[in-house]
Design a protein around this ligand. Structure first.
Ligand SMILES: Cc1ncc(COP(=O)(O)O)c(C=O)c1O
Length: 412
C-alpha cells in the first residue's frame, strides 16, 4: 500500500476551535520582528516550479526552501532562537519586542544573566539550532541524540561549541533523558515539543516557526500568486505543522487552505491519533526506524495536536520511498524549473504530491479527489531541510536507493 490516510470530517472553521490565539497575527508578527533583528536574517527563497506543476496537473506549485535559513540548512533555528530570546527576555524582565538579538549578545547582558546551560534532545536539526543560538549569546548547550543518528549531524552540532552525544535511546526517550539532566543540573530545557506542564517554550518555538509561513504568504503575493489552496506539512511531533497551520488558520480564517499532515509510516503518531479519533493524542513506540530522521518522533506535541486535530484536512502515513522520490524530483527539475536541494524530511511532501497526482492506486485517487487537487490548485510545500545528511542524500539521489517497485506501478 503506498499510503494510508484519514480525511478529517470534523474539521472546524477557524475561530471556533482552540488554541489559535497563540498563533494570532500579533503573536507571529512579534516572532518575525525578532528574527528580522538577526544579522543572518533574510527570507528564505520561495521557489516557483511551474513546469512541475504543469506536469503534475495542478495550477501552481511553490516550495519554501529552508536550506537557506541562517546558513544552518534547516528551518529549526526559527523556533530555538525565538524560544531562547523569549526565555531570556522573561528572565531579564523585558518585553521581547524591545530586546534585540544584538543586545542579547552583549557583554552587559551576559554578565547580568550569568552562565546558563541549555539542553535538548534532537535528531540533528533542532540541536544544531539550539547549539547555534546558545553560542551566539556566549552560553553552553548539551545535546542528546537518538541512536542511529548521522555522525555528520553530530559534528555539525559540536561545531557550534556544544557538548553532544548519540545515545542508545529512541527520540522520545532521549527527550526524557534531557529533561532529567536539566532537572538534576539546573539546566534550561529547550525542547521542540510540549507535554502537560511544559508549554511556554514549545509555544514560543511554534510561534518562531510561523515566521516561514508569514514570509511565504508575503512572497506569494509579491510573485503575483493567489494564496495557497492546499498546503502539505510534514510532522514529527507536529510543532512545525501546528505552528504553520495555526498561523494560516488565524490569519486567513475562512480562506485558510486545506492542510494535509504528512508522516513516515514508522512514526505516524498524528495519523494514528486522527485514526483512533477519540480527540486525544496517541503515541507510537519502538525504534521509529525511518529514513526521515527529522520526523522519527512517536509522541505528539500536546498543544499542536489540538490544532492539527481541529483544522487539518487530512493525515497521511507514508513509506520512506516517497521521501526519496521527493528528493529526486526536486534535485532533477524539469527544464525551466530551478533545483531545490532537499533532505529526507524536507522532501516527503513533494514525494506525496507526486504520488497523489501520478498514481491510479485507490488510496491516491481517493485522497486526490477528497482534497480536490486539480488544475486550479495552488500548492505550497516547505522543504524544511537541505542535505543535512549528505550520505542519505547521495544514496537517494545519486545511487537510487530507497526505491520501491510499488512506486513504479500505476503511473499515468
Ligand atoms: C527537517 C525537518 N522537517 C520537519 C521536522 C518536523 O518538525 P516537528 O517535530 O515539529 O513536527 C523536523 C523536526 O526535527 C525536521 O528536522
Amino acid at each position: 500500500m503506498p499510503i494510508d490516510f484519514v480525511y478529517n470530517r470534523n474539521r472546524k472553521q477557524p475561530g471556533s476551535g482552540t488554541g489559535l490565539d497563540m498563533l494570532s497575527p500579533e503573536e507571529t508578527a512579534k516572532a518575525r520582528n525578532y528574527h528580522r533583528g538577526f544579522r543572518e536574517y533574510a527570507p528564505t527563497p520561495l521557489v516557483a516550479l511551474p513546469k512541475l506543476a504543469g506536469y503534475l496537473g495542478i495550477g501552481a506549485l511553490f516550495v519554501k526552501d529552508e536550506s537557506h535559513r541562517f546558513g544552518l540548512n534547516a528551518f529549526k533555528v526559527l523556533g530555538a532562537s525565538y524560544a531562547i530570546g523569549r526565555y531570556l527576555a522573561a528572565r531579564l524582565g523585558r518585553d521581547i519586542s524591545d530586546l534585540s538579538h544584538d543586545e542579547l549578545r552583549s557583554e552587559k547582558v551576559k554578565k547580568e544573566l550569568g552562565d546558563i546551560t541549555f539542553t535538548t534532545a534532537t535528531d540533528g536539526n533542532h540541536g544544531r539550532a539550539v547549539a547555534w543560538a546558545a553560542q551566539q549569546i556566549g552560553q553552553k548547550a548539551v545535546i542528546y541524540m537518538p541512536k542511529g543518528s548521522d555522525p555528520v549531524r553530530l559534528e555539525n552540532i559540536r561545531a557550534h561549541g556544544a557538548e553532544a552525544t548519540i545515545t542508545d535511546l529512541n527520540y522520545d526517550d532521549a527527550v526524557r533523558l534531557s529533561e532529567k539532566m536539566a532537572e538534576e543540573h539546573g539546566w534550561v530545557i529547550i525542547q521542540d515539543t510540549a507535554w502537560p506542564g511544559y508549554e511556554d517554550i514549545p509555544t514560543w518555538i511554534m510561534q518562531g516557526y510561523a515566521t516561514l509561513a508569514v514570509e511565504a504568504l508575503e512572497q506569494m503575493q509579491q510573485q503575483g500568486a493567489e494564496a495557497p489552496t492546499h498546503v502539505f506539512l510534514q510532522a514529527g511531533v507536529g510543532s512545525f505543522a501546528g505552528g504553520v497551520l495555526g498561523f494560516l488558520a488565524a490569519t486567513l480564517q475562512e480562506k485558510m487552505p486545506l492542510v494535509t499532515i504528512v508522516e513516515p509510516e514508522k512514526a505516524n503518531c498524528i495519523y494514528k491519533s486522527a485514526k483512533i479519533g477519540d480527540g486525544r493524542p496517541h503515541t507510537v513506540s519502538g525504534d521509529l526506524d525511518t529514513l526521515m530522521a527529522g520526523l522519527a518522533c512517536g509522541e505528539p506535541n500536546t498543544l499542536s495536536w489540538e490544532l492539527l486535530r481541529d483544522y487539518a484536512a487530512a493525515y497521511v502515513s507514508c513509506p520512506d520511498y516517497l521521501a526519496a522520490t521527493g528528493m529526486r524530483v526536486l534535485a532533477t527539475p524539469l527544464k525551466g524549473d530551478p533545483v531545490v536541494i532537499s533532505g529526507e524530511s524536507g522532501a516527503v511532501t513533494t514525494g506525496l504530491l507526486h504520488l497523489l497526482m501520478e498514481s491510479e492506486a485507490d488510496k491516491a485517487v481517493s485522497l486526490r479527489k477528497q482534497l480536490g487537487l486539480d488544475s486550479t490548485s495552488v500548492v505550497l510545500l516547505v522543504s524544511t531541510e537541505g542535505n543535512t545528511s549528505p550520505r542519505a542524500f547521495r544514496d537517494a539521489v545519486w545511487y537510487g536507493e530507497y526505491n520501491d517497485q510499488e512506486k513504479n506501478r500505476n503511473k499515468k
